[in-house]
Structure formats: C-alpha cells, structure tokens
Design a protein around this ligand. Structure first.
Ligand SMILES: [Zn+2]
Ligand SMILES: [Zn+2]
Length: 340
C-alpha cells in the first residue's frame, strides 16, 4: 500500500509498505478522507516541541472497514468509521474515568503513533467509532475537531442562556460557536480578522466582528451583545492578544476557556484575572462522551460541517494541501486529503 511519510520538516515522501497484518482485536480500515488540523501544519513545519521525525500524519480521518478481527464485535466490513486518535494507557485512574486526554502516558495517532496517511490503517477496534446512517465520509473525518468543540463547551458547568464571545473563526472557533448554540447558549459573537471566516460564521446566522474595523473590540462586543458583557469567552486562536481580549471583555466572575494551542507563552493580564475573579479554564481534546455527542450532533444535523470543508486534494498532493493552508489562510478553513 501507499504511505505518506514526513521524514523531516517541510517534506512529504511517498513509499510502498506492506499491507498491515490483522490482529484478532483490530479492524483494518480503507482510509477515505483525512482532515488537516492546525497542529498537523505545526508539526510539518517542525515547530512542535514534542514530536520527532520521521512520522506518518493524519489524526482526523474516516474510512471504510475492510477487515474485521476474530474477536471484534459490532463492526462489519463496509461500515463507515472514524477513529478516536488519543490513546490513553487504559489503566490509570484518569483513563478509567474516561479522561484519557489527562493520561500521563497518552499516545496520539498521527503523533507518536503512526497516523492514517496510508491506504490501509489497522487499529484496535475499541477506538473505531461507527457512523450512523446519513453521515458521509467528509463529515465523519471532522468528528475529531467537532469533539474538541464539544469538550470546550462542556468544560463549563452549563452554557444555558449565557452570553458567549468566541475568539477565532477557524474550524475550532466556528465549531465551538455552533456547539455552544446547540447546547442552549444565549447570544454569541464570533471575532476574526479574516473576512472569509466571519463570512462563513454569518452564513450560519452568527453575529461577527472584525477587530481591525473597530476602535475598541471590547466595546463592539458589548454593543453586539445588547449592552452586556459576555459571561463566557472561548479563546480559540492560541495568541496573546485574543487571550487578553477575552480576559478584558468577559463579565466580572466570568469564565475564559482556553482552547487555542500556544507556541509561545502569552503575557497574560493576571491583574485583571485576579481583580475580576475570572476563571481561566484549559481545554484539551475530548472524552469518549464528547466523541459520541459529536456523532449525535452530526446525525441530527444540528451542526454544519460541510460549510467549513473548503478544499480537497488527492493523496499525492498532501504538500499542496499544506501550502494551501500556509499561503492562503484567508481562504482555507478545513482542507482535506481524499484517498478514495
Ligand atoms: Zn485535529
Ligand atoms: Zn491512562
């Protein structure tokens, strides 16, 4: 089978490798779609401190079950599946509680473990998630980022009726706004300086704001929320300025959920965090429950994933897919590699 390898930063090579051998508790999946994540680009550029080369990328993907191990129940050849790529040790207290993102020995498919960048992918059937009828291979490949959004909203006790500010209108920011709305949030304002992204959010009926077009982001957010400050702010960019916008703008006693991944430690406005009694809440990945909620949302069609799928490249053009994201962030949101 074909496999795409990243031997060193900024390079992808293709090689022929033997097909995987089926173990009794595994399924072999014919990979259909691989979504590219911000973190993939980070790794590809050699900016991720915890990853070593060579590696095979691909953690947001879907495919069709091709072979089923003798001990596997509940999956059949032809089933459309995705894979939950965060693999906890399974035995520690955190894993037992379903919180494998907090496992000290967490391994990640497409990071320390080989990703889905090949025609066939063998995985322990426990991590394969079957898609319900009506969900296609494109949306199935977005279960992972949708689960990130579900988790970020669940990090709050409840979002019911709360005023929400979302910083960042890329895949995660947009999905976080959609999930917040689906879970009963009050008015939502999404902030991004890229018109294409605010345009997508507006197509979903969300109120948006371009921070470069207003004198004060804080005042413009309050105005769009009917004169009130947001109860909750989601920082989905991973940069200092939007984090501090969240801290400044949120109501006294409000919550800031930190979803973005930072490549440099931001200078945080700690004076305000203390003085306003702001809760800073970190959010990483998802739990099993979040994964299943994401699938349910897709089945019920209460989130729109299609709108975010802006570009498709064939398997052989993975490099071009990265170039698209790196060179045209003003046009690309979810870029996918299509294998079949
Ligand atoms: Zn991802
Ligand atoms: Zn564990």
């Amino acid at each position: 089978m074909r496999q795409a390898v990243v031997p060193e930063p900024h390079k992808i090579t293709y090689r022929e490798v033997p097909d995987p051998q089926l173990e009794p508790d595994q399924v072999i999946i014919r990979v259909a779609r691989i979504g590219i994540c911000g973190s993939d680009v980070h790794v590809f550029e050699g900016k991720h401190p915890l990853v070593s080369f060579p590696l095979v990328q691909g953690h947001e993907f879907s495919g069709f079950v091709e072979q089923v191990g003798s001990k596997v129940t509940g999956l059949r050849a032809g089933d459309l599946v995705t894979v939950e790529p965060a693999i906890g040790c399974g035995v520690c207290a955190r894993c037992q509680a379903g919180l494998f993102a907090q496992c000290e020995r967490l391994l990640f498919i497409g990071g320390a473990l080989a990703g889905a960048g090949s025609d066939l992918f063998a995985v322990d059937a426990r991590f394969a998630v079957k898609m319900p009828p009506g969900v296609d291979a494109y949306d199935a490949a977005m279960t992972e980022p949708l689960s990130v959004a579900v988790h970020s909203v669940r990090r709050l006790g409840s979002i019911q009726g709360k005023r929400v500010l979302v910083l960042g209108g890329g895949t995660i920011g947009n999905l976080t706004a959609q999930v917040a709305r689906a879970m009963g949030a009050g008015p939502i304002v999404l902030v991004d300086m890229i018109p294409f992204r605010t345009g997508l959010a507006e197509k979903l009926g969300l109120v948006t704001l371009d921070p470069t077009q207003v004198a004060s982001v804080e005042e413009a957010v309050v105005e769009r929320l009917g004169g009130e400050r947001p109860d909750v702010a989601f920082e989905c960019v991973g940069k200092e300025a939007p984090l501090n916008t969240c801290i400044r703008t949120v109501v006294r006693g409000g919550e800031v959920v930190v979803v973005g991944v930072y490549d440099q430690d931001p200078r945080t406005q700690m004076i305000l965090v203390q003085d306003k009694e702001v809760s800073l809440i970190g959010s990483l990945m998802y739990t099993w429950e979040d994964y299943h909620t994401a699938v349910q949302f897709m089945q019920e069609k209460i989130v729109n994933l299609k709108l975010l799928q802006t570009h498709h490249f064939p398997f052989e053009q993975w490099m071009e897919a990265y170039s698209m994201l790196l060179e045209h962030p003003d046009q690309a949101v979810k870029v996918m590699v299509d294998l079949i």
